[in-house]
Write a protein that binds this ligand. Structure first.
Ligand code: F6P
Length: 540
């Protein structure tokens, strides 16, 4: 049986538990009381080690959360997802991104079609790398949302596996300030354009593709068919656009889950077929973990349960992601779509309005940069915002000699910063402690007690640390799949459809209605604000 989490009798048990010991839970006390806390609350999943011990949880809390998961039929919902049941019920579709990374002959749904599509895409990517389409030095990938964020994030993260003589550019915004500077540096004869759109109807992508084609012809390009390819589930529309080479995929691949499909073409061009297969293999290893590991040690499940605990009991409305690896600087943006487009929903599967909170705001920045921007708020602000640190043990700078030594030292500094931040968030500092310290930059005239209060930290601020041995195609694949499954877990408990995105439609429709008014200036029937803004934009 599947139940929405707040309909389960365990919900009331959790509420009572929260009132009794959850609300006042102090992570510092928990460490003092239990020398084995780190061991008990750290977990191994493929390629990812997770320290959950700096969270406001303990064994009784986890026991109840796991009971909730079982009571809500989480395992049955997971199995239905992996089997290919139409879990995206508002669009009548299966959701099978896991099938895209299942090995050949694994018996996974659509295995033969998936392998054929993968082989064709990888052969094309290798051909581009070999020079089959001429000496391509630059690939411009045009797509938005799920047809951009995943490939852009992965290509950046795996830069060490790329080639210096083959540059990847990502253009997504309908704002011409995105496309113009990219085209400015390019030679049409040496450029390949990949137009990526699941639907091939997306305004931004089609506008950029048209502009790119016009630029290509004006810049002396002659062979559009050779320099433009498409990745889409609507290959007919791509053909109508004038693109001969189109790699298709299926409606059961959601946009934000599509980097594993032909939408991953720019990744394959950047890092090659073998590395792309390693990315898939890492994700598949995490899929296996999710599918078979008991819930008590199942990392996506545990992370999802803590998310529910924080969102619905503690009332935390946001979560910050801090990857301490410059290559992962686009991960927060990628996760924003993955999590907020999936779980930013207000009704359950039956269309009933929810009275519990769903997706938190997910945001962040690479460490250490974030420390010098918004960490002030994380440490001393009035909101408690759980932080997710991601650290990578072994760097890969691709340099040698003295520079390598210097950068190795910088890596130790990076890791020390990462550890220090989660330590500081938890530890805090009392005003009494602050009073005993000398602060060289502090006012000499301000009352010492007042100053100490300004210099104190509440502490007890929760964080999770995820550790990767190295940032490789395999570990990155596993990390992304971990997040995908965690988002599924929270969505399943909240009883929502994590796989549709109707919330983006209204703005698109209104944009289409406003577009002609930006030419005509006709403001008839518009609300006062929109009419006023339109007039101001069009004023001479
Ligand atoms: O507007 C939201 C959205 O539909 C996303 O879900 C999707 O990833 C993105 O637009 C791009 O869509 P497409 O790949 O069809 O161009």
């Amino acid at each position: 049986m599947t139940l929405r989490c707040d309909q389960s009798p365990v919900w009331a048990e959790l509420q009572a538990h929260f009132a009794a010991s959850g609300r006042g839970f102090d992570i510092r006390d928990a460490f003092r009381a239990d020398a084995g806390r780190f061991g008990a609350l750290s977990f191994e999943a493929p390629e990812v080690f997770a320290d959950l011990s700096k969270n406001r949880i303990d064994a009784p809390t986890l026991t109840l959360l796991l009971k909730l998961a079982r009571d809500c039929g989480l395992e049955a919902r997971r199995d239905a997802l992996l089997r290919g049941d139409p879990v995206n019920h508002t669009e009548g579709r299966a959701v099978l991104h896991t099938a895209l990374r299942a090995p050949a002959s694994s018996g996974a749904p659509f295995n033969a079609e998936v392998q054929a599509s993968l082989d064709a895409m990888l052969a094309f990517a290798e051909g581009v790398r070999r020079g089959d389409r001429g000496a391509i030095t630059d690939v411009v990938h045009i797509g938005i949302g799920g047809s951009d964020l995943g490939p852009a994030m992965v290509v950046q993260a795996l830069q060490a596996f790329g080639r210096r003589d083959l540059k990847l550019h990502f253009v997504s915004n309908v704002d011409g300030h995105d496309l113009a500077p990219v085209l400015a540096g390019l030679d049409a004869q040496h450029t390949l354009f990949v137009i990526a759109s699941k639907t091939f109807t997306t305004q931004e992508t089609l506008a950029n593709a048209q502009a790119a084609k016009a630029w290509f012809l004006a810049a002396g390009g002659t062979d559009v068919a050779r320099h433009f390819v498409a990745t889409s589930s609507n290959t007919a529309a791509a053909a109508a656009f004038g693109i001969d080479t189109a790699f298709g995929f299926w409606d059961w691949v959601g946009g934000r889950y599509s980097l594993w499909s032909v939408i991953g073409l720019p990744i394959a061009i950047a890092v090659g077929a073998e590395n792309f297969r390693a990315l898939l293999a890492g994700a598949h290893a995490m899929d296996q973990h999710f599918a078979t590991t008991p819930l008590e040690r199942n990392l996506p499940v545990l992370l999802g349960l803590i998310d529910v605990w924080y969102r619905n009991f503690h009332g935390f409305t946001s979560r910050s992601v801090a990857p301490y690896h410059q290559g992962l600087r686009r991960l927060p943006a990628y996760l924003q779509q993955l999590e907020m487009e999936s779980n930013g929903k207000g009704v359950d599967l039956d269309g009933n309005a929810l009275s519990l909170g769903t997706s938190p705001v997910v945001w962040g920045e690479a460490g250490t940069n974030g420390q010098h921007a918004y960490f002030q708020m994380l440490h001393q602000g009035t909101d408690v915002i759980p932080v997710e640190f991601i650290a990578v043990k072994r760097p890969n700078f691709g340099v040698s000699g003295e520079l390598a030594d210097k950068l190795a030292d910088q890596h130790r500094k990076l890791l020390a910063n990462c550890l220090a931040q989660s330590q500081a968030l938890m530890q805090g500092k009392t005003a009494a402690e602050a009073l005993t310290e000398k602060a060289p930059t502090a006012s000499a005239t301000l009352d010492r007690d007042v100053l100490a209060r300004h210099r104190s930290f509440p502490g007890n601020r929760p964080s999770t640390t995820l550790l990767l041995e190295a940032l490789t195609p395999r570990s990155l694949g596993a990390l992304i799949a971990l997040y995908e499954h965690r988002v599924f877990v929270t969505g399943a408990l909240w009883g929502i459809n994590s796989f549709d995105q109707w919330g983006v439609e209204l703005g698109k429709a209104l944009c289409n209605q406003l577009l002609p008014r930006l030419a005509s200036g006709d403001a008839t029937g518009l609300d006062g604000s929109t009419a006023g803004l339109l007039k101001r934009l069009l004023a001479a």
